[in-house]
Ligand binder design. Structure first.
Ligand code: PEP
Ligand code: MN
Length: 345
């Protein structure tokens, strides 16, 4: 259920409503918007009786049931799109956000050189894994703390925000000291201990869709983070496993439109992992802009052929530059559409 309080409801009136909700056996999550307080009631109880009782309270404007199993992340809860602010940049607003960088942080020279290049060519965030989830235990596992420090150094030198993966709940605090956005990889989308730990911080989190996860499961995982206290969640489509073998994954491009319909959270497309082939990245990036993603996360490496992970899908510097140039007119149209949407909303 969501309960929207009347404008100017006092703290005591809000508390009275919260107490009534608790009497019916529900847990209370309140969110203070610019205009009014919205209270979420989650749990199992007599919905009809609770709604009737709340509607009868004079300070309550509206009490409605949310039919979706995910509550806080649903459009029913918040009809307007959410903007998530990370390092001063708004994601989900009227700027198309590009996050770019290598799959893994490999060395000072590699990350600094890449950060400089992508910053000069339109990226707002530097990506780079310090903790790497690898299929084989014999493959490069990332530079870990040294990698985080190199990302931080790159941020100081370029002003880019940092997005990097956290793989375990034990590392959330550490990664949050260095990163502006914490990335949750596809393999960890349903690591519930990790999701709960992310709920306890207020750093933005980008949650990638699991490779065999449905859209509903992605939203339920996002709900875990929000229900545990952190509403700064960004979703990411990165392709799913299908019978198709020409690409590393199959990009469920429709998922972006579906997520935009079902949820108010911003959505980012990862055309690198979705395809596994650098030649396909720019075309899929265009599709992401056209379908209404809020941004892209793209792998870029100074020498893709020497990359310690995901070289085949990493763009060279010149390919990144060309992609950004080619995307410019599409992004201009995207912006016009965004501004028009905001006017009619
Ligand atoms: C990555 O971003 O490098 C990565 C490991 O992505 P995913 O979790 O989507 O496979
Ligand atoms: Mn990668």
């Amino acid at each position: 259920m969501i309960i929207s309080m009347k404008r100017h409801a006092t703290k005591a009136e809000i508390e009275e409503v919260c107490d009534r909700i608790r009497e019916f056996g529900y847990k209370v999550h309140s969110s203070e918007g610019e205009e009014r307080v919205i209270i979420g009631a989650v749990g199992i109880g007599d919905v009809t009786a609770c709604l009737e009782s709340l509607e009868a309270m004079p300070q309550v404007e509206k009490a409605v049931r949310i039919s979706a199993p995910y509550k806080f992340v649903s459009r029913e809860f918040r009809p307007a799109k959410s903007q998530i602010r990370a390092d001063g940049i708004e994601i989900g607003g009227d700027e198309f956000v590009v996050m770019a960088g290598p799959c893994s942080v490999e060395s000072e020279a590699q990350i600094i050189e890449t950060a400089r290049f992508v910053a000069q060519h339109g990226a707002s965030f530097l990506r780079g894994g310090a903790f790497k989830p690898r299929t084989s235990p014999y493959e490069f596992q990332g530079l870990q703390l040294d990698g985080l420090k190199l990302l931080y150094q790159a941020k100081q030198e370029t002003g880019l925000g940092i997005i990097t993966e956290v793989m375990s709940d034990a590392d959330v605090g550490l990664v949050a000291e260095y990163a502006d956005i914490l990335q949750i990889g596809a393999r960890n989308m349903q690591n519930f201990a990790l999701l709960k730990a992310l709920g306890k911080i207020n750093r933005p989190v980008m949650l990638k869709r699991g490779m065999s996860s449905t859209i509903k499961e992605l939203l339920m995982s996002a709900e875990y983070i929000v229900a545990h206290g952190n509403s700064n969640v960004i979703l990411c489509e990165r392709g799913i496993r299908t019978f198709e073998t020409e690409t590393r994954n199959t990009c469920d491009i429709t998922a972006i439109a579906v997520l935009n319909e079902l949820s108010h959270l911003p959505v980012i497309l990862d055309p690198s992992h979705a395809t596994g082939k650098r030649s396909l990245v720019p075309a899929l990036g265009r599709a992401g802009v056209a379908i209404g993603a809020d941004g892209l996360i793209v792998e870029v490496h100074p020498h893709p052929e020497k990359a310690l992970s995901d070289g085949a899908q990493s763009l060279s510097f010149s390919q990144f530059e060309a992609m950004m140039r080619d995307l410019a007119p599409y992004i201009a149209l995207w912006k016009q559409a965004r501004v028009a949407e905001a006017v009619t909303a």
